[in-house]
Design a protein around this ligand. Structure first.
Ligand code: NAD
Length: 264
């Protein structure tokens, strides 16, 4: 489905990024596995991708550092020739009640979750514009998938920094989609609900936490990283060539106001 395409996945040595890098590789793409810490895990992901016959490489870069992002894209273009798909996935949480939230916690989350996606999208877009459409490869000059969250829509007490970063991301994604569509660049987002990864271990680890969480999910199952990875592969492929500026919620119905199933 993605044969001949070159993809970069940020934060690809864990959770959703890892599953996405592997799924893109399985779909035929060559993949750059970005990580900021944990090279061994990144190498394991790359090995799995090469086992499908594709090319993979691991690049260390902090997505919130402009020089490192510029260098990462330069290196990818040198090593792989170009970039066709950017999955801006890297993200983190630094939770605190509002009055206890430090400026450092606020800033770190915005730097990685929002500015990191801005920097990666900007550098990838420069290459998409330089190269233009190559019809044998894809109908689009490039595809960007922003990893957002249901918290671009659902306010989240105790996570003001995180919810703000994802809310901002929605407007960034939609603005880029509007600005770049005439150049045949498709920008979209995937908004996961509750997915079993290290970022939210406390929400699914104990039976009590699990039961609480399942009450928020009409489909009554916690998501797997592969649920998100499959959505990213779909959005990146030409099967979805007319999908521009959309957020695909992959959340088992979490955004359907489950409290109103019996109340209201
Ligand atoms: P995770 O902690 O398993 O993975 C996050 C990845 O981002 C890790 O590889 C981490 O090293 C990387 N990262 C962090 N800071 C980085 C930086 N400065 N530069 C490069 N990489 C960096 O968590 P995950 O659940 O897989 O999260 C992936 C994305 O999905 C995040 O954007 C997160 O907000 C989003 N998301 C997750 C869930 C969920 O339920 N797990 C729900 C909604 C959205």
């Amino acid at each position: 489905m993605l044969k001949g395409q070159k993809a970069l996945v940020t934060g690809a040595n864990s959770g959703i990024g890892k599953a996405t890098a592997i799924a893109l590789g399985r779909a035929g793409a060559d993949v750059v596995v970005n990580y900021v810490a944990g090279r061994e895990d990144a190498e394991k992901v790359a090995e799995e991708i090469t086992s499908f016959g594709g090319r993979a490489a691991v690049y260390e870069a902090d997505v919130s550092d402009e020089d490192q992002v510029v260098a990462m894209l330069d290196r990818m273009i040198q090593d792989f020739g170009t970039i066709d798909i950017l999955v801006a996935n890297a993200g983190l949480q630094r939770d605190a009640p509002f009055t206890e939230m430090t400026l450092a916690q606020w800033q770190k989350v915005l730097d990685v979750n929002l500015t990191g996606q801005f920097l990666c999208a900007r550098e990838a877009t420069k290459e998409f514009l330089r190269r233009g459409v190559v019809p044998e490869v894809s109908s689009a000059a490039g595809k960007i998938v922003c990893m957002s969250s249901v918290h671009q829509l659902i306010p989240w007490a105790g996570h003001a920094n995180y919810a703000t970063s994802k809310g901002g991301l929605q407007m960034m994604m939609e603005t880029l989609a509007q600005e770049l569509a005439p150049q045949k660049i498709r920008v979209n987002a995937v908004a996961p609900g509750a997915i079993k990864t290290p970022i939210n271990r406390s929400a699914w680890e104990t039976p009590e936490a699990r039961a609480d969480l399942l009450r928020l999910i009409p489909y009554r199952r916690i998501g797997d990283p592969e649920d998100i990875a499959n959505a990213v592969v779909g959005l990146s492929s030409d099967l979805m060539d007319y999908v521009v500026g959309t957020t695909l919620y992959v959340d088992g119905g979490m955004t359907l106001f489950p409290g109103f199933a019996t109340g209201g």
